[in-house]
Ligand binder design. Structure first.
Ligand SMILES: NC(=O)c1ccc[n+]([C@@H]2O[C@H](COP(=O)([O-])OP(=O)(O)OC[C@H]3O[C@@H](n4cnc5c(N)ncnc54)[C@H](OP(=O)(O)O)[C@@H]3O)[C@@H](O)[C@H]2O)c1
Length: 322
């Protein structure tokens, strides 16, 4: 087999910068949205209605599917997006599908009208500071009568982080706590998607170069984040609580390599990086702290890296053949 260049494990700091860059790109690539009217039928009866902001995003879409899978009737859903036209299948099922943009406060009162609970999905970069844009959404929701708002925050907040990503999330949490609505903070750890790519790269190269103090991170799947969010939206008892939404273990490149080998049978040499390499730790204890909240909220264990790689076995086997 021709070996690819051995990947050096990407420090978390660089990975976070990649997230930020991707968010900026996504914003720039947007088309001007059309204002869709409520295109679903209104529900009968007094059942609470649940708003999902950013319903066309990756996490938002999983939350909608999770709510439906848990038996929430589509008529109880109010799905808000800058691109509501992409949510037409849910409108056909009976959901209210509406236009709303946190940076356009005038779009929000009609978007949130009639909602009782809301999942506020954190956004990437916009023309407004993120807490200001997200604050617009919180204020509009409260004025529209929403009584409970769950917010997808950041796990670093639970460990006293105040810089970078944590600053925006902490500021938004403060706005939410002071809003008058009941709140739930869903403090997500790092999404696990990158782990599959890391494993594929290690398999293709047959080795990985690991800094001595590589971060160990409680990667969590978006599916688990979505299941936790759905759980707090559909049952009482989660008001004014903060949850750390993490995977079941803190893993670093050594554990990822071991799981990738176990799943595919591929040999991966783990090579210690020279002391002078890019090996500054960044994640610290915040991203290595395991929480049991996913299992407590959803009734099933959080997805392990091994299970995640099992689910992507075909893709990883293809990497082994490259
Ligand atoms: N934990 C992690 O590792 C990690 C990594 C990356 C991002 N995040 C955060 O988690 C969020 C959800 O992740 P994702 O994977 O679902 O991201 P995504 O697929 O890029 O979705 C971005 C989300 O932000 C919403 N949004 C963006 N600008 C908005 C605006 N001006 N007004 C209202 N909504 C706006 C989008 O809603 P519509 O497009 O439907 O309007 C969509 O729900 C991200 O936005 C980001 O804050 C976390």
């Amino acid at each position: 087999m021709v070996r690819n260049k051995a990947p050096t494990f990407i420090p978390l700091r660089r990975r976070l910068l990649q997230f930020a860059a991707l968010s900026t790109f996504a914003m720039g690539a947007l088309h001007a949205p059309s204002r869709a009217q409520d295109s679903g039928s209104e529900p009968a009866g007094p059942a609470e209605r649940i708003i999902v902001s950013g319903a066309s995003g990756q996490l938002g879409g999983l939350v909608v599917e999770e709510l439906l899978a848990r038996g929430v009737p589509a008529e109880r859903l109010i799905l808000v997006s800058r691109t509501p036209e992409g949510l037409q299948p849910y409108a056909e099922m009976g959901a209210a599908v509406r236009y709303g943009d946190f940076t356009e406060p005038l779009s929000l009162p009609a978007a949130y009208a009639g909602g009782d609970r809301m999942l506020l999905i954190s956004i990437g970069r916009t023309n407004l500071p993120r807490p200001q844009a997200q604050g617009n959404a919180i204020r509009a929701a409260v004025e529209a009568g929403v009584r409970h708002i769950a917010y997808t925050s950041w796990v670093g907040i639970s460990h006293g982080e105040t810089e970078g990503l944590s600053a925006d999330h902490a500021a938004t949490e403060t706005i939410l706590r002071d809003s008058g609505a009941a709140w739930t903070m869903l403090r997500n750890s790092i999404y696990a998607d990158g782990v599959v790519q890391d494993a594929a790269a290690m398999i293709a190269a047959g080795r990985v170069v690991v800094p001595e103090n590589a971060d160990r991170i409680t990667y969590v799947t978006r599916e688990d984040c979505a299941a936790a969010a759905a759980a707090v939206l559909i049952a009482p008892g989660h008001e004014n609580r903060a949850y750390d939404i993490t995977g079941p273990a803190a893993v670093g490149p050594r554990e990822i390599a071991a799981a990738a080998s176990a799943v595919t049978g591929a040999a991966i040499d783990v090579v210690a990086a020279p002391a002078s390499s890019d090996a500054q730790p960044f994640g610290g204890p915040a991203l290595a702290a395991v929480s049991s909240h996913v299992e407590e909220l959803t009734g099933r264990p959080a997805t392990s890296v091994r299970a995640l790689l099992e689910a992507h076995r075909e893709e990883l086997m293809a990497a082994a053949r490259r």
